[in-house]
Write a protein that binds this ligand. Structure first.
Ligand code: FES
Ligand SMILES: [Fe+2]
Length: 483
């Protein structure tokens, strides 16, 4: 069958000619069946206003060159022009409860020390001695130091970066605070996260957060604790890794799931995008738009939907007469989380209880405000390897009012071969992450063998990926810094 750009072949319906929105207004067509807005409007508990917003713009439909994921030259450009200038979260505030607590964050060839230098002050410095450059603190992660001392010749600095002692001071009359204090890194906080930026001229973090502060007033991430931190090495470029988490289009094939077609994608600006993926309302009309996927089972009843959602670790029983599967499972989750966390969730919307709500912050961070799907993600290059990346998952559990943040857990580190199912505490997410990451080695390899030269994106469902690439180009050319 030869397809023109205006035709597609549906196994059940035959040859279909595209008309209307698909052709004349690219990006405006949507899957059949109820939209996210329809679902939220029919929920019993109204979600906070930001979840009722929707913003999308068509950003073009040209292929994205594969070399952006494979070329050592492009990777080097990112190391020079992206990572040393981009805001990125290094750790959570609860990693640094006491004066002298440190957290080392590594990105590509760079390393940054974050330290609580006074009760109300968190500062950051390049992890490098101002004598002959030696790294001051080894390894990424949490530590404690009353001061910083270089392991080579023993120069030392106060926690605020001020140089304290130089052995053999007589030989260094040319050294003073102005020139040899630790090299400051910009450091700001939002939502309980500590962000760093190595560019001394970086604009304030708030200018990059777009709608995040306004939206997350309704879902305060600072009132969460890290229940689990898993860090895995992935066999692909960092962008391919994060892009596997930016759309629900893969749900049908990768997750063998009948859900995902009705996902809403929002682009709030250059730096922030979002999807909202409803859970627990099965839409056969939407499924019909994805012929050829793995999901070829007959339509599900509400009880089958509940059984399908058994992955959420609950057994809420049969759906009562007149109730929807979505309402029923949301109620079961309200009961479960109210009991286990000691927080009253009785008026929390179905959307926040159930749905996968995922905000992305350029270049590499994700925040999920939901209660049952409560993660933060970070993707970054693994050292200097264009073909390898590190994926951090934090499970951020709500904290009861007045409760102190407990000490955060050490990350569980998985190598490229290990399965997420080895981390028992991930529960139902373990097999899901295995599916999400299971395609990445093949994708990275496929980039290199293709004659086609670039990846093709859906106008709507994959629009967030395109937004990141456009912003990446603008950012690296300096265009955004000059605004
Ligand atoms: S390199 Fe650090 S004290 Fe010499
Ligand atoms: Fe997925």
């Amino acid at each position: 069958m030869n397809l023109t750009t205006q035709e597609f072949h549906h196994p059940a319906k035959g040859l279909i000619h595209m008309t209307g929105d698909n052709l004349h207004h690219p990006g405006e067509a949507r899957a059949s069946g109820p939209s996210v807005a329809d679902t939220l409007a029919s929920d019993r508990h109204r979600p906070p206003p930001p979840l009722l917003e929707s913003r999308y713009e068509f950003l073009g439909d040209k292929d994205i060159p594969f070399e952006r994921y494979t070329s050592p030259e492009f990777f080097q450009r990112e190391l020079r022009e992206l990572w040393p200038r981009a805001w990125q979260w290094a750790c959570r505030e609860e990693h640094l409860p006491d004066i002298g607590d440190t957290y080392v964050y590594d990105i590509g060839p760079y390393s940054v020390i974050v330290v609580r230098s006074a009760i109300d002050t968190i500062q950051a410095f390049l992890n490098s001695c101002t004598h002959r450059g030696t790294r001051l603190l080894a390894g990424e992660g949490s530590g404690f130091s009353p001061a910083f001392t270089c392991p080579f010749h023993g120069w030392s600095w106060e926690l605020n970066g001020s140089i304290r002692n130089i052995p053999g001071r007589w030989d260094f009359p040319h050294v003073c605070h102005d020139t040899h204090d630790l090299q400051a890194v910009k450091c700001e906080r939002w939502g309980g996260f500590v962000f760093i930026n190595m560019d001394p001229d970086a604009r304030p973090l708030a200018q990059y957060l777009d709608v995040l502060p306004e939206h997350f007033q309704h879902f305060p991430l600072e009132r969460r604790r890290i229940r689990l931190h898993v860090q895995k090495t992935l066999p692909c470029n960092w962008k391919a890794a994060q892009e596997a988490f930016m759309e629900a289009y893969h749900n049908f094939e990768t997750h063998d799931s009948p859900n995902g077609g009705n996902t809403q994608y929002d682009i709030f600006g250059k730096y922030v995008s979002r999807f909202i993926h409803n859970i627990g309302n099965y839409s056969p009309e939407s499924l019909d738009d994805y012929p050829g996927g793995k999901w070829r089972k007959p339509p599900m009843t509400d009880d089958e939907m509940i059984a399908f959602l058994g992955v959420y670790g609950l057994d809420p029983g049969k759906v009562p007469e007149g109730e929807t599967a979505r309402a029923h499972i949301a109620q079961a989750l309200r009961r479960y989380f109210s009991e286990t966390l000691g927080i009253d969730f009785s008026n929390v919307s179905e959307c926040l209880m159930l749905d996968s709500i995922e905000y992305h912050l350029f270049p590499n961070m994700f925040f999920f405000p939901g209660i049952n799907i409560p993660m933060a993600y970070r993707f970054r290059p693994n050292g200097m390897d264009v073909d390898s990346s590190l994926f951090d998952v934090l499970i951020l559990e709500p904290l009861p009012d007045g409760a102190q943040h407990p000490q955060p857990p050490e990350p569980v580190r998985l190598n490229v071969e290990q399965s997420y199912t080895e981390v028992e505490d991930l529960g139902w997410l373990g097999p899901v992450y295995d599916q999400d990451t299971g395609n990445l080695a093949m994708q990275q390899q496929g980039f290199k063998t293709s004659r086609k030269k670039g990846l093709t994106l859906g106008n709507y469902q994959e629009s967030r990926i395109r937004r990141v690439h456009i912003t990446l180009d603008e950012f690296m050319s300096g265009a955004t810094a000059r605004e």
